[in-house]
Design a protein around this ligand. Structure first.
Ligand code: SAH
Length: 355
C-alpha cells in the first residue's frame, strides 16, 4: 500500500489529520517516509544545501563556533551538536577548520542528532577520518543538557512539522487534511475556531490570512536555549525564514528534483519544508533565559565572517569553481538573502561575530 493510500485510510477511519501529523508521516514513516526512503541532498537528490555547495560554509561556521567557545572562557568539557546533519558535510568541514585550535577540539564531544538511519550511515562515512568519536541520538534528549552546548543547524528547522491556521469569519480555524468527494487527500478547515495568541507585530489578520506555528521547533529551541543559559554555549542556526513584522502567509512547500511539487499527490516521495519563524524561536529562547541575535541574511553574515578572503585563498586551486560557489552562497538572488543566520547565546555573552 502506498503511503498516500495509508494516510487516506487513516483519515477515513479517524477523521481529518493536522498538517503536522501529515508531515510527520510523509517525512518520517520508517518504511515509506521521505527521509527513510530517499537520499535527498545533492545534485542527484531533490535539493542542495549550503554545506554541499562549498566547504567554505562549514569552515566559517566552525570558526564561528571556536570563537564563541573562546569568548566564553574556553570551557574544557563541552559538546558540539549538529541537528539534522544530512550527509555530515557541515560537521566535517567545521571540525577541519577547528584544527586551528587543538584545545577546542580536545574539549568537545561530537554529537549528531539524526532521525534517518540512512543518513546516519552517510554521516558515519563522511566523518570516518575526522579524528573525533561521534555519538548519534535520534532526538535532542535530556542527557545532553549537563555541559556547555555548541549547536550547529543548517536547514533543520525548516523540516519540522508545522500547524496552519486560517482566519475565517468564525475566527482562526486549523487547516487539516481530509478527503474530497473522490476519496483523494484534500485540505479542509476545522469546523470549530481555536483561540490563538498571535504576536501583535504581525498586524491584524484579514479573512483568509494563514498563521503557521512549529511547536516541535519551539520545543527543541527551548531545550537547547535552556542548556545554553545554564551551562554556557551557543547555537548557530541557518535556514530560510522570516523575522518579526512579516505579516501572514503560508510557506509549506513540496520539492522534488529541484522543482516545486504538489504537497498532497505523492507523500513520501517529495520533500516538505516551511519557512522558519525566527521571531517565534527568539521568544522560545527568551522564555528560558537565553538571548537570541538575528536573523541576519546569509550573504551578509558570511561576508562579515570573511568569506571573500577565504574564497581568494582557495581560488588559487580553481578560480572558476570557487567563484561560482561564492556567488551561490552570498548573492541575494541565490542563497544570500532568503537564508538567514540566527544565534542563541547566554545573556551575558559578548556580541557574536557576524550579528
Ligand atoms: N543539515 C544538512 C541536511 C539538511 S536536510 C545540510 O545542510 O545538508 C534535514 C536534515 O534533518 C536531514 O538530515 C534529516 O534527516 C534531519 N531531520 C529532519 N527531521 C528531523 C527530526 N525530527 N529529528 C532529527 N533529524 C531530523
Amino acid at each position: 500500500m502506498s503511503l498516500k493510500d495509508r494516510i487516506a485510510s487513516l483519515v477515513e477511519a479517524q477523521g481529518p489529520m493536522s498538517i503536522a501529523d501529515f508531515m510527520t508521516l510523509a517525512l518520517h514513516d520508517p518504511n515509506l517516509g521521505y527521509y527513510a526512503a530517499h537520499d535527498p541532498i545533492g545534485s542527484l537528490g531533490d535539493f542542495i544545501t549550503a554545506p554541499e555547495v562549498s566547504q567554505m560554509f562549514g569552515e566559517l561556521l566552525g570558526l564561528w563556533i571556536v570563537q564563541a567557545w573562546r569568548d566564553q572562557g574556553s570551557p574544557s568539557l563541552c559538546r558540539l551538536v549538529e541537528l539534522g546533519p544530512g550527509r555530515g558535510t557541515l560537521t566535517a568541514d567545521a571540525l577541519r577548520a577547528a584544527r586551528l585550535d587543538p584545545a577546542f577540539l580536545s574539549s568537545i564531544e561530537v554529537v549528531l542528532i539524526e532521525s534517518s538511519p540512512r543518513l546516519c550511515a552517510a554521516q558515519a562515512e563522511t566523518l570516518k577520518d575526522c579524528g573525533k568519536d561521534i555519538r548519534w541520538f535520534e532526538r535532542f534528549d535530556g542527557s545532553l543538557v549537563n555541559r556547555p552546548l555548541f549547536v550547529l543547524a543548517n536547514e533543520f528547522f525548516d523540516a519540522l512539522p508545522i500547524r496552519q491556521y486560517v482566519m475565517t469569519d468564525r475566527g482562526w480555524c486549523e487547516r487539516m487534511i481530509g478527503l474530497d468527494a473522490e476519496g483523494n487527500l484534500a485540505f479542509a478547515l476545522s469546523p470549530v475556531a481555536v483561540q490563538l495568541v498571535v504576536p501583535s507585530e504581525r498586524g491584524s489578520p484579514e479573512i483568509g490570512a494563514v498563521y503557521e506555528t512549529c511547536p516541535m521547533g519551539e520545543a527543541i529551541v527551548g531545550q537547547v536555549a535552556q542548556t545554553i543559559a545554564k551551562q554556557g554555549g551557543a547555537a548557530l542556526i541557518v535556514d530560510y525564514g522570516y523575522g518579526a513584522n512579516s505579516g501572514f502567509g503560508e510557506t509549506l512547500q513540496a520539492v522534488s528534483q529541484h522543482k516545486y511539487a504538489n504537497i498532497l499527490d505523492t507523500p513520501g516521495d517529495v520533500d516538505l519544508s516551511t519557512h522558519v519563524d525566527f521571531a517565534a524561536l527568539a521568544r522560545a529562547a527568551a522564555r528560558v533565559g537565553a538571548k537570541a541575535h538575528g536573523p541576519v541574511e546569509q550573504g551578509e553574515f558570511l561576508r562579515r565572517l570573511g568569506i571573500i578572503r577565504r574564497a581568494e585563498a582557495l581560488s588559487h586551486n580553481d578560480l572558476h569553481t570557487v567563484d561560482a560557489e561564492l556567488r551561490r552562497l552570498i548573492d541575494p538572488d541565490e542563497m544570500g538573502r532568503l537564508f538567514k543566520a540566527f544565534t542563541i547565546l547566554p545573556k551575558t555573552a559578548p556580541k557574536p561575530e557576524g550579528f
